[in-house]
Design a protein around this ligand. Structure first.
Ligand code: ADP
Ligand code: MG
Length: 653
């Protein structure tokens, strides 16, 4: 005697509610042979559905033994249970449990998707089954566009998709009108006559009477088990294998399931566009702000560095006074021309120039302006890196001769010689009351921040000392250091040289490298500061993604239950939710980058002073970051979803 298809021994199923334990099934013994048509009947709450769930491996018994063709279910892994559900059982539920975002055809195909069969193959088979059940013309309709009877036929088609040997129907007609109900029962009867084992749960004795075997259950105990006809005859009449109907397919490649999951994720995103968009919004804003803030930071830093580079490289500036901003510096009169002359003889000095300065009104014709009057040495322009654009510069003879020559900058030219027809070179301008001949035009000197709007004039320092200041002390001495000398070394050498000459350190030195470093590190600090604010917004966006994912999982619990009931493995569910999360974050990430670029374009329309500098690193990091957020924040809800028990998930709606 071979093993029966289904053998239950002392199956007990207990539910815990609070402190009390309730036994829905009390030590059930039951055997069902292949090819039988069995009705399980009983009052509401008697334990019929619980028994059905255990039979269909949607739920596990608390104790007892359940063997399918001799295999003990207790010792079988989760994935093998999923395979049993997928390959051997077909479920029909009272409320159909179709997936609303898929068409009738798509719903019928799902079990084959999880079985790993090819898309064309399963499409053909699903269409054939729908045709056989008389609803081929409704294949493209969504469940919401179908009547109850049609939906139930779709769910029967789904149960047949993988050619299940056992059809489990829980109150299949419970939600249907009389006519549709009869139609469904006729189909079930027909499936049984093809050799499938059909188990129907019902509370209606009239429906039960269609089966040749009726098992009555009450309070978790079987109270009667009657056969209406000779079991030997009914069983003998049936072919006991249906394997020729459709060969079972196995997965074609590793890529297949991934592509399937990807497709499902797209369908589900499309079906819930608003939800997907809201999920993305956090990511879009986060990524856009990270990318644009970094670009803003880099743009402003680049602008500032450009300004500094025009300060002249490798130069030191020596000022009178103890530190920068020393209020007494104006009264310290120890920095003199001879210091500059001696410094110029040092090996590290390429160009040395003393500077003095004052401010004065300047006038050309009837045009007047205020200007900074710089008294400088002939080497000043070389030391500062100023470029001559017209005319010539004064030389050491001019300095020696107190010459009344002046070099003007672009700003001065613009305000004094607004009339473009007049070339400034050779003209006479009045600085205060003193007439000076313009001999050259240089580029505007840059300050540390932004371009300087000051008007600057350059005269021999001797002229300024004699004509304007009336004394011989210097404001500062600028030294351009030869390229092969280390700035720190030179700074120390200059300090000790001058300290020795003066007997005390009554001066301070500004090093353009120091200024550059200070400004660079300041802007870097700013970028890090603003960048971390942006990163925080990215994290907040990620948490938003996780929240919506968690909500969406609980919203979709019954979908997960259905997928598991038709044979999805835990890993299938996990993969589907993860891919959805990553996809959402990925699309959101790209939208965020687009937004950031758009912001940059708009910004450059309104701002002339600097433009955004996008770094590939920040963009790549942003994309990586968004996919990581997808994985990190999508994982938890995905794992929760995959760990649900099918029966829990199904009853959760
Ligand atoms: P029915 O015969 O109406 O299908 P069920 O099998 O659904 O009855 O339920 C049998 C008993 O088990 C009922 O009293 C029900 O309240 C209880 N029950 C079913 N599922 C659960 C559950 N998940 N948690 C607690 N009690 C449950
Ligand atoms: Mg029930």
């Amino acid at each position: 005697m071979s093993e029966p298809l289904i053998r239950l021994e002392k199956i007990r199923r207990e539910f815990q509610s609070g402190d009390t334990i309730f036994a829905a099934l009390k030590d059930i013994d039951l055997t069902i042979e292949a090819g039988e048509m069995v009705a399980i009947i009983g009052a509401s709450g008697s334990g019929k559905s619980t028994l059905m769930h255990i039979l269909g491996c949607l739920d596990r018994a608390t104790s007892g033994s359940y063997r399918i063709s001799g295999t003990e279910i207790e010792s079988v892994s989760g994935d093998e249970l999923a395979e049993l559900r997928r390959e051997h059982f077909g479920f029909i539920f009272q409320r159909y449990h179709l997936l609303s975002e898929l068409s009738a055809l798509g719903n019928v195909e799902i079990p084959a998707v999880y079985a790993g069969s090819g898309a064309t193959q399963r499409g053909v088979r699903a269409a054939a089954i729908l045709d056989r059940l008389g609803i081929a013309d409704r294949a493209d309709h969504r469940p919401s566009q179908l009547s109850g009877g049609q939906q139930q036929r779709v769910s029967i088609a789904r149960a047949l998709m993988n050619d299940a040997e056992v059809i489990l129907a829980d109150e299949p007609t419970g939600a249907l009108d009389k006519h549709s109900g009869e139609e469904v029962l006729r189909i079930l009867k027909q499936l049984n006559s093809e050799g499938r084992t059909v188990i129907i749960v019902t509370h209606d004795p009239a429906i039960a009477s269609l089966a040749e075997r009726i098992i009555e259950i009450s309070d978790g105990v079987i109270i009667s088990d009657k056969r209406s006809s000779d079991p030997e005859r009914t069983r003998a009449a049936k072919p006991n294998n249906t394997a020729d109907l459709a060969p079972k397919q196995s997965a074609t490649s590793l890529l297949g399931p991934l592509m399937e999951a990807f497709g499902m994720a797209l369908v589900s995103m499309w079906a819930h566009k608003l939800r997907a968009f809201l999920t993305m919004l956090g990511i879009i804003i986060g990524i856009a702000s990270v990318v644009s803030v970094v670009a803003l930071g880099q743009g402003s830093q680049q602008q500032v560095l450009e300004n500094i580079s025009s300060l002249g490289t490798n130069s030191l500036e020596i000022f009178a006074g103890k530190t920068f901003g020393d209020v007494r510096s104006g009264r310290i009169t120890t920095l003199v021309v001879d210091d500059a002359t001696q410094l110029a003889k040092q090996p590290y000095a390429q160009a040395v120039t003393p500077t003095v300065s004052t401010s004065s009104t300047i006038r050309f014709g009837s045009t007047e302006a205020n200007a900074q009057v710089n008294g400088v040495g002939a080497q000043y322009f070389a030391a500062k890196g100023l470029t001559l654009s017209k005319g010539q510069l004064f030389n050491s003879d001019s300095v020696h001769d107190y010459s009344q020559e002046v070099v003007i900058d672009e700003n001065t030219k613009k305000s004094l010689f607004a009339d473009k027809a007049i070339s400034p070179i050779g003209q006479t301008v009045f600085v205060g009351k003193i007439p000076l001949r313009v001999i050259g035009l240089v580029s505007a000197e840059q300050g540390g921040f932004g371009s300087s709007q000051n008007l600057s004039l350059y005269l021999p320092y001797t002229t300024v000392q004699a004509r304007f200041l009336g004394d011989s002390t210097l404001r500062s001495i600028t030294i351009r250091v030869k390229d092969d000398f280390d700035m720190d070394y030179v700074q120390e050498a200059v300090t000790s040289f001058l300290t020795q000459r003066h007997g005390t350190k009554d001066f301070y030195i500004l090093n353009t490298d120091d200024i550059r470093e200070t400004i660079t590190s300041t802007t870097q600090t700013m970028t890090i500061l603003i960048g971390s604010i942006a990163v925080i917004s990215l994290i907040v966006g990620g948490i938003g993604v996780m929240n919506i994912m968690l909500v969406s999982v609980s919203e979709r619990i019954s979908e997960i239950g259905v997928r598991m009931a038709v044979g999805a493995r835990q890993s299938d569910i996990l993969r589907q939710f993860l891919i959805e999360a990553v996809l959402v974050c990925f699309v959101g990430g790209f939208a965020g980058i687009g937004l950031a670029l758009a912001f940059g374009a708009v910004f450059s329309l309104f701002s002339l002073s600097f433009s955004l500098v996008y770094s590939t690193t920040s963009i790549v990091a942003a994309v990586l970051c968004s996919s990581l957020i997808g994985i990190a924040f999508g994982y938890l809800p995905a794992r929760n979803a995959s760990r649900l028990d099918p029966v829990e998930a199904l009853s959760g709606d």
